[in-house]
Design a protein around this ligand. Structure first.
Ligand code: ZN
Length: 388
């Protein structure tokens, strides 16, 4: 048994000072402070530091656009994905949602779930589909019936959720952020079909009119919404839709990155203030906010930092990245909080991120990462607990 002691614990629901976490094999079996530590237990002393649930990245592109890949391309992308999932884990992100996914990624997920790729974050596969020539390049599907057919194919092939787009974006020079992708008829057919299978739909949408279509269609998560206005936020709230703003993509860290084409960086920089203002308003209105980055390993820390700068309390930003994301993706029975019966997916962070959120930005401050009860990353004195 492993026992974490002297811990400030952000469970995902509450804050516990000087707590204990008892871990048997892959699960948390107790968080009772008064429980006696059994003899022979491995003690992990978290004194002065903070324990958080493993982060859940709600929006990354682990592999490149599936619609542009041939057989060899899929193999190459899956193998490259393994390397990225290792890096995600190194940043305390124990679960990753690949929103640019396809049925070929289901094989990768299976290998991780079976324990064959132990050093990777857990994977959720979002099957990507889109209108021909739309913003993204997954499986093409046009018209309500073809849309339903492709949803049926993707879900029967084992994807966890569906990702599509309702508007243009930053990526292509010819596109405007408000360009419409799917029509209302197509998108509502898509949502209806996905919901009939008990899955969710995440929709890329930046501005009206496409954004409005996405909200009206009954989708579950609006991604980005960089030009969303108060009216849009009110509709989101009324419908109970989650807003995953991905502030990372319009952050200074990205628009100052010279490896990104200039036309993209200009578009990103321009919308930066509006994007942040909208998120601040959404938070005050009580809109359900979720966390994704549209970035890579470690960028979830930048997303949390950006959210806090936009007026969100640090504890809430951490809850959005853990508990809330586990609820969206239907995995809250297993992960997302530090509670009895859940998988022991957690990290120990130096100091107190609630007092100083900046600690999350430096990987050296991620002192220990545990997934399914095993330690895969450790710094300083924690190195004795490494399983590798
Ligand atoms: Zn994306």
């Amino acid at each position: 048994m492993k026992v974490i002691i002297n811990a400030r614990i952000i469970t995902g629901k509450e804050l516990i000072e000087n707590g204990k976490i008892f871990i048997e094999k892959d699960k948390i079996i107790s968080t009772n402070k008064n429980k006696k530590i059994p003899q022979g237990s491995e003690i992990i002393d978290a004194k002065g530091n903070t324990v958080l649930p493993g982060f859940i990245e709600g929006h990354t592109h682990l592999t490149s656009f599936p619609g542009l890949l041939d057989f060899k391309g899929h193999i190459y992308q899956n193998l490259k994905g393994v390397d990225k999932l290792q890096k995600f884990l190194y940043w305390g992100t124990t679960t990753v949602a690949n929103v640019g996914g396809c049925s070929e990624n289901v094989i990768l997920k299976k290998l991780i779930d079976e324990g064959n790729l132990k050093f990777c974050s857990k994977l959720l596969v979002g099957g990507m589909m889109n209108p021909t020539g739309g913003h993204i390049r997954g499986k093409n599907a046009d018209g309500p019936w073809e849309v339903r057919k492709v949803v049926r194919e993707l879900i029967s092939e084992g994807v966890d959720f569906i990702k599509t787009s309702a508007t243009g974006g930053f990526m292509w020079a010819h596109e405007g952020l408000g360009n419409r992708d799917y029509t209302y008829e197509e998108l509502s057919a898509l949502v209806d079909e996905v919901h009939s299978k008990g899955k969710i739909v995440c929709v890329h949408a930046h501005a009206n009119p496409g954004l409005e279509i996405a909200i009206e269609s009954g989708c579950d998560v609006i991604l980005h919404g960089v030009l969303i206005d108060e009216k849009g936020l009110e509709k989101i709230k009324k419908k109970g839709v989650y807003y995953m703003p991905t502030l990372h993509i319009t952050s200074e860290k990205v628009y100052k990155n010279s490896s990104i084409p200039e036309f993209m960086r200009e578009k990103m920089k321009k919308v930066n203030p509006h994007h942040r203002k909208s998120v601040g308003i959404a938070y005050k209105m009580g809109v359900k906010i979720a966390i994704g980055t549209d970035g890579g390993p470690g960028d979830i820390m930048n997303e949390i930092y950006e959210l806090v700068k936009s007026g969100i309390k640090p504890i809430d930003a951490i809850i959005f990245a853990t508990k809330v994301n586990s609820e969206i993706f239907g995995i809250s029975d297993k992960v997302g909080t530090i509670e009895v019966g859940k998988k022991a997916d957690l990290l120990i962070v130096k100091g107190d991120p609630l007092k100083n959120i900046d600690v999350l930005l430096d990987n050296k401050n991620i002192l220990l990462v545990m997934k399914d009860g095993e330690v895969f990353k450790a710094e300083t004195d924690y190195k004795i607990h490494l399983n590798i």
